[in-house]
Design a protein around this ligand. Structure first.
Ligand code: ZN
Ligand code: ZN
Length: 315
């Protein structure tokens, strides 16, 4: 007859116990429950039978292997858990790429108990035996069954085998990321079960709005104010770009709203690194034209520009 109880449980050993541990556990239990030591105790006799049966199976490597196979508890699902964290960056960081230090709270296998959740048995201090001084007899520790170890006693993880840890990471942000880009850090996610491999960490990028530039994919655009004199007579206009201020030539009589295309001054492509276009929209305000002083008006008149003609360029 096969007992219902688990053989490992009967011998008080872990499923990974060595043959020597099986022997040791059997010897100490057999001594305690042997019918010769417990005459007329049917419970001890039953217990002894179970112990012997468990030992016969577990001491034989081939039978033990078959038993393990048949009795293995359903394996815990070890689906790696991915973590997602938001990452807000400036347009400058998205343009140049950046390294960012960030803290992540992730679940890891407890290092104190190596994920077992257990710890040294406090009753026998891990020796597995207790000594009864009055009888001068060594016997397997009753609390831990001679293993010297008790499940669920790890203080670091409260016996769960998993711990939450704050990890500080350096993250490389590649040039060209945009809002909605995901940066994958493999193996930096949660550990779903003790000893299992961790999932990945995904950083969900959000690029902050820029006070000067509007971004659309790889293209950037911005507005630049032009003075009435510059719009009328043409010449150099200073334009902001992601690589610093650049001088751009505009022709005489430039209208407000004229767009200048700066090739290669847009955002880099995430893969190729090739930069898009920057559009510069020039703005000549009516207020500036109306506010022109007599000196500037005189100078403009010399070049054939009246205030009324200038107002047709303004917006
Ligand atoms: Zn632990
Ligand atoms: Zn113990």
């Amino acid at each position: 007859m096969r007992t219902e109880r688990d053989y490992y449980e009967i011998l008080g050993i872990s499923r990974s116990a060595t043959q020597a541990e099986v022997q040791r556990a059997f010897r100490s239990l057999a001594k305690r429950y042997h019918p010769d030591h417990n005459p007329g105790d049917p419970r001890a006799a039953q217990r002894f039978k179970e112990i012997r049966e468990a030992y016969e199976v577990l001491s034989n490597p081939e039978r033990r292997r078959r038993y393990d196979h048949a009795s293995a508890p359903p394996r815990q699902a070890t689906i790696a858990r991915d973590l997602v964290q938001d990452l807000s960056i400036s347009l400058e960081d998205a343009f140049h790429g950046a390294a960012r230090r960030m803290a992540v709270i992730r679940r890891i296998t407890c290092g104190f108990c190596r994920g077992t959740g257990g710890g040294t048995c406090p009753s026998c201090r891990g020796l597995g035996v207790s000594v009864r001084l009055w009888r001068w007899e060594r016997e397997a520790c009753r609390r831990c069954g001679g293993r010297g170890w008790l499940p669920g006693t790890c203080h670091a993880c409260a016996g769960r085998g998993l711990r939450e840890e704050v990890q500080v990471l350096w993250v490389r942000i590649p040039a060209g990321v945009d809002t909605g880009s995901r940066i994958r850090l493999s193996g930096m996610g949660d550990v779903p079960a003790p000893g299992a491999s961790p999932g990945d960490l995904y950083l969900r990028v959000r690029v902050q709005a820029h006070p000067r530039f509007y971004r659309s994919g790889r293209d950037l655009s911005c507005w630049v104010d032009v003075s009435p004199v510059r719009a009328a007579l043409g010449g150099r206009v200073w334009v902001p770009t992601m690589l610093g201020t650049r001088a751009v030539r505009i022709p005489p009589g430039t209208r407000s709203g004229t767009a200048i295309r700066l090739e290669g001054m847009g955002m880099p492509d995430l893969r190729s690194g090739q930069r898009g276009v920057q559009w510069v929209f020039l703005r000549l305000s009516r207020r500036d034209v109306e506010g022109l002083g007599p000196l500037e008006l005189g100078w403009l008149r010399l070049h054939g520009w009246s205030r009324e003609a200038l107002l047709t360029l303004a917006s």
